[in-house]
Design a protein around this ligand. Sequence first.
Ligand SMILES: *Cc1c(COP(=O)(O)O)cnc(C)c1O
Length: 370
Amino acid sequence: MSDWLNKLTTEHVRSLKPYESARRLFSANEGQNRTWLNANEAPEAPSFNISSELLNRYPDCQPHSLIEAYAQYAQVGQNQVLATRGADEGIELLIRAFCTPGKDSVLICPPTYGMYAISARTFNVGVKSVPTQSDFSINKEQVISESGHVKLVFLCSPNNPTGTLIPQDTIRDIAKAHAKTAIVVVDEAYIEFSQEYTASKLISEFDNVVVLRTLSKAFALAGIRCGFMLSSEAIKQVLLKVIAPYPVPDPVAQIATKALSEEGLSIMQERVAFLSSELKALSESLENIKQVELVGQQCGNFVLFKSPQNSDLMQYLVSKDMLIRDQSKQINLDKCLRITVGNQEQNNQVRALIEQFFDETTITESSESK
Ligand SMILES: *Cc1c(COP(=O)(O)O)cnc(C)c1O
């Protein structure tokens, strides 16, 4: 990079690297034959007919029928729903609205979703790390002891990539301890796979709890970039000060509203039931492989496992055009890989390839030892 551009770039941005998203590691445009089990996406896209009638007009900032549909689905008030450009934008808006750059910090509980820390760093906001305990439960006492020292507490339930849930009492205790000093953010990107554990009721009980949702996972709509934030009306009003004037493109609002119709919701529920049963089957068969150990829980649409040969296995799968996600760089996830549950054929394929890998390496090892 030229010297002047480097100098012009803010100091905190200069040291950043672009986020290694699943899509940046392996582009969707390269290799049509690849199997994509690395980004927790749904295996098949739903189809929609949309109208171009209003494409010459700027869309509403918060399209009414979309807000109405999501509020009804989430069983909260319309004044408690904010539509965003994916849950990722919700994370960013919270940081921009509540954290002063160079001064404030957010709290994360790794291993967890990477965007909380990445987003904070792009705004020169500090990141305090309170790692989870060995069973991936939240270290509640330590999160509570940070009260007064952070502005946002990010909790992810079901957590990506461990698939673990956070008990509602833990969220309550953390919200109480951080009352009046921080917002407690419960990221429920995968909640449709463990619906009964939603913390959505807590937004009415605590004025410092917000819940993040998305259409990217169970609704199979990662491509339209549509998410929601559930919160008190007061928090929503603060976020409306920083959100872009037109965050929800009209085609996105049309598709999302249809996905949230009665018919759309029943298709989503069927997809969730199918993927959950496939996940159970895939997890059970992985458990039967001697060199594989399941890690965490399976409360989302993915399974995390540990294997002593993790990097060879990863390389082998990539060489067979089977893409899964390496999680081994995260704290407490040494040698761990994550598989997104796909359709039946893809799940059978990934399982067969993993079995084949261990069969081959076991044969090599035993012939080498002769
Ligand atoms: C996928 C994911 C998101 C991002 O959702 P988008 O709506 O696609 O931005 C947020 N949080 C977690 C935990 C995720 O896994």
